[in-house]
Write a protein that binds this ligand. Structure first.
Ligand SMILES: NC(=O)c1ccc[n+]([C@@H]2O[C@H](COP(=O)([O-])OP(=O)(O)OC[C@H]3O[C@@H](n4cnc5c(N)ncnc54)[C@H](OP(=O)(O)O)[C@@H]3O)[C@@H](O)[C@H]2O)c1
Length: 391
């Protein structure tokens, strides 16, 4: 095993309490020689080769927080003929194609259920249950930190920075929370899920994402007055027979929707399919034990020879990706010049006051992608209204 932090220790607890399945942890490779550990020091090593070059080890569980080092560890392990389990969404999303090719080339298994939605078993469901289903779309809440912040803002009316600090104190947010609040984490998970839902390995850099760090009390007030909540919702869906689109955007959720009650650090995923219709998965999206349980499930699956078959990749029905997709958005802004950037095709609501302005109208995802680098620098907030039937 690599890493003995939140998830590594969580997995250790889960393994120790597991009645049915037993696995021996031979060695644990960590980084910091001065850290106190809660189990005997003879388990630990600081040299990755003690694990990677040990022929008696048949499975490497990678649970470290450094994506580049993780890529090196995981690829070396596969090249050395070892099966691998990982939870590292950044590493997997950035190198998915290469990792899939390596497991084929070296006849090993590479499982990573915990990397998307932590305890929610979405990847294996997409692989096994939806293997022949006509999946229209998948959306959800895949980041616990932002959901926790949005829940506090909505329920207690507190400001973004106060809510972010509370998320930090509870241990949900990293010391640098950019990955969560700006939507990167949700996007990485969406890219991994897309590989299994549609057989396309998207380059995360090509997918539009927008987070919640620009949210204000005006946006929360607008949502509350209309009986809505704002959630950060990654989306992937078909635009026609063989094309998909995807993006990460805050979204208004009404009280009759499944995601409305997915609060705090919980995650939720909704699939819409031709035959199964709508399905809803919900569970803890972070935490040592919840994530450890998904890792244990992969370790157990590995023990009976399970591999992802990437069935949608084999079927190859989805062959292209588009950003030519119309969306209805709410845009809160101050300066008319900022609104003009969006090239609204149509505006249905307009409000102006001394403090702020907003419009609701239709924009093209293509345009959002074009102006993506300007967005963090301007005082606006964008929410997808989720209105259907405009494409
Ligand atoms: N936390 C969650 O709820 C959660 C949920 C889903 C997925 N994940 C993913 O799971 C992975 C682990 O997250 P975490 O929260 O457990 O992180 P963490 O608490 O920060 O622990 C990271 C561990 O990795 C070790 N480490 C870092 N670089 C290393 C290297 N080059 N070689 C060996 N060990 C190294 C650290 O060693 P030291 O102990 O010596 O510092 C530490 O034990 C990440 O990829 C994360 O994205 C986490």
């Amino acid at each position: 095993m690599f890493g003995y932090g939140c998830v590594g220790q969580g997995l250790h607890d889960v393994l120790n309490s597991s009645k049915g399945f037993k696995a021996d942890i031979v060695r644990i490779c960590v980084k910091d020689r001065n850290k106190k550990r809660r189990i005997p020091m003879e388990y630990f090593t600081y040299d990755r080769d003690d694990i990677l070059n040990d022929p008696s080890i048949n499975l490497v569980v990678e649970l470290i927080d450094d994506a580049d080092a993780a890529f090196d560890i995981v690829t070396t392990a596969m090249k050395n003929g070892k099966n691998v389990v990982s939870a590292n969404k950044v590493m997997i999303a950035k190198h998915m194609r290469e990792l899939v090719d390596l497991q084929e080339k070296y006849h090993v298994s590479f499982l990573y259920e915990a990397s998307a939605g932590a305890s929610i078993p979405i990847i294996r469901n997409l692989e096994e249950y939806y293997d022949n289903e006509l999946l229209y779309s998948l959306r959800g809440i895949l980041n616990g930190t932002t959901n926790y912040i949005l829940t506090l803002m909505h329920n207690q009316g507190i400001d973004y920075n106060v809510a972010l600090n509370e998320a930090r104190e509870k241990g949900f947010a990293e010391s640098d929370p950019t990955l969560d609040v700006d939507g990167w984490d949700a996007k990485y998970k969406l890219c991994i899920i897309t590989g299994h839902a549609y057989g396309l390995f998207l380059d995360p850099g090509e997918v539009f994402h927008y987070g919640i760090s620009r949210i204000s009390k005006f946006d929360i007030r607008y949502a509350r007055e209309k009986g809505l909540k704002i959630k950060l919702v990654p989306y992937v869906g078909k635009t026609n027979e063989n094309t998909i689109t995807s993006f990460v955007l805050p979204r208004f959720i009404s009280s009759d929707k499944y995601l409305y009650n997915v609060d705090n650090e919980y995650n939720g995923v909704i699939t819409e399919a031709a035959f199964a219709d709508k399905q809803f998965f919900s569970g803890k999206g972070a935490g040592g034990h919840a994530t450890g349980s998904a890792v244990l499930s992969d370790i157990s699956a590995n023990s009976y020879g399970y591999k992802y078959e990437y069935k949608k990749l084999q079927q190859a029905t989805v062959t292209s990706y588009t950003r030519d997709y119309r969306l209805e958005i709410y845009l809160r802004y101050n300066d008319e010049k900022d609104r003009e950037l969006f090239n609204f095709e149509e505006i249905t609501e307009y409000f102006s006051s001394r403090d702020y302005k907003y419009v609701v109208g239709i924009v093209n995802l293509k345009r959002l992608y074009e102006i993506r680098e300007q967005l963090p620098g301007i005082d606006v907030f964008i929410v997808n209204t989720g209105r259907k039937g405009i494409n």
